[in-house]
Design a binder for this molecule. Structure first.
Ligand code: ZN
Length: 238
């Protein structure tokens, strides 16, 4: 392999890493936001369930009291039945008794609903509590790792930039110019391997003469279609 190609491949790895580091400045904070939102969401669900259980408890207790009041009222009317004197009084009392009975039925339905809600929440709350603790623990660990990554981006980039400069000094300037031009214009890999007698980036077929030239590694050849630099690797190119 041409010695400049070896250097360019190293440069390419560094540039890829630098690109990733640059992108990670965007996506690492996003990942942290997601983890923090997950913590908030589960805590919110737990809080809501706890509040709903308290409300259902209160509602059930007040219903219980009101039912007792209404039942006492019913008993009072039923006793009054014994001392009824006229038909008119009888009809009025029967109507009152029916009305109270209806009220009691409705209240008992509401009480049952509250009890069902409480039962459902009593089942859900332990799961939510466990999930809340787990999410907080797991996400805190991940957040710590991500924060460390974010904190180290600057230093890692500086050291990669240093290696990059050191390599650039060893490569002839015109070759560096081609590399930089293709990198900015095309993005992705600039130095690509020959595969099936074609450029592995754009699949342009190479002439037998070009293939020979690349195999001999006398000078750096570029793809006439995409401009990328080509190299030969017996393991892949043959
Ligand atoms: Zn090409």
């Amino acid at each position: 392999m041409h010695s400049d190609i070896e250097l360019l491949l190293k440069l390419q790895v560094i540039d890829y890493d630098l690109g990733e580091l640059e992108r990670s400045k965007e996506y690492l904070p996003d990942m942290m936001d997601n983890l923090n939102n997950e913590i908030k969401d589960i805590q919110k669900k737990l809080d809501e369930a706890t509040t709903a259980r308290e409300e259902a408890n209160l509602s059930q207790k007040s219903m219980e009291l009101e039912i007792k009041v209404k039942e006492a009222e019913l008993q009072k009317y039923q006793q009054q039945m014994m001392s009824i004197k006229t038909n008119k009084e009888y009809d009025a009392l029967v109507a009152q008794i029916d009305a109270v009975k209806t009220e009691i039925t409705v209240m008992k339905q509401q009480e049952t609903e509250s009890m069902e809600t409480i039962e459902k929440l009593e089942n859900e709350i332990p799961d939510l509590t466990r999930k809340n603790i787990e999410t907080k623990e797991n996400n805190a660990k991940q957040l710590e790792i991500l924060q460390e990554k974010i904190d180290s981006i600057g230093d890692t980039m500086t050291s990669k930039e240093d290696s990059r400069q050191a390599i650039l000094l060893k490569i002839p300037k015109p070759t560096v110019s081609i590399y930089e031009r293709v990198r900015k214009g095309k993005g992705g890999a600039v130095v690509v391997v020959v595969k099936k007698r074609s450029c592995s980036a754009c699949n342009k077929a190479l002439t037998p003469k070009k293939v020979q030239e690349i195999r001999r590694s006398e000078r750096i050849s570029t793809c006439e279609s995409c401009g990328r630099m080509l190299y030969w690797d017996d393991d892949v190119s043959l």
